[in-house]
Design a protein around this ligand. Structure first.
Ligand SMILES: [Mg+2]
Length: 124
């Protein structure tokens, strides 16, 4: 069965880029979410189909750190990779402590994403 990914990002361009890369890598896009408020609900409702979450830091409604905490509370084994602009190293370190598996800094490319996915799949 193909692995499912949930993309949480308010940038349509980033959603599009991530979708393309994950589909090429054999993943199914379970959903794409643009706002912080519905993010953890969508995760909860689709938890059985989601193998990986990409989570933007800056989102309308609720930020990525808060959503990460909610997802980890729902499923301590969740595989979440943070996506952010450069210059957020401190927040990224905080996210790793909360339970994020890794982070990707924008701008990213296919190789960077695939390397991150491989790292996560191998480390767990
Ligand atoms: Mg954003």
């Amino acid at each position: 069965m193909p692995k499912g990914v949930l993309i949480i990002d308010d940038s349509p361009l980033t959603q599009e880029q991530l979708s393309k890369i994950f589909i090429e890598a054999g993943y199914t896009i379970v959903d794409k979410v643009s706002d912080g408020i519905s993010a953890s609900h969508v995760y909860k409702d689709n938890q059985d189909k989601i193998d990986l979450v990409t989570l933007d830091i800056t989102l309308p409604g609720k930020d990525g750190v808060e959503i990460l905490k909610e997802i980890m509370a729902q499923n301590p084994k969740a595989k979440v990779v943070m996506v952010s602009a450069m210059g957020k190293e401190k927040i990224m370190q905080e996210c790793l402590k909360i339970g994020a598996k890794n982070f990707i800094t924008k701008p990213f490319n296919k190789e960077k994403i695939l390397a991150t996915i491989n790292y996560i799949n191998k480390s767990i």
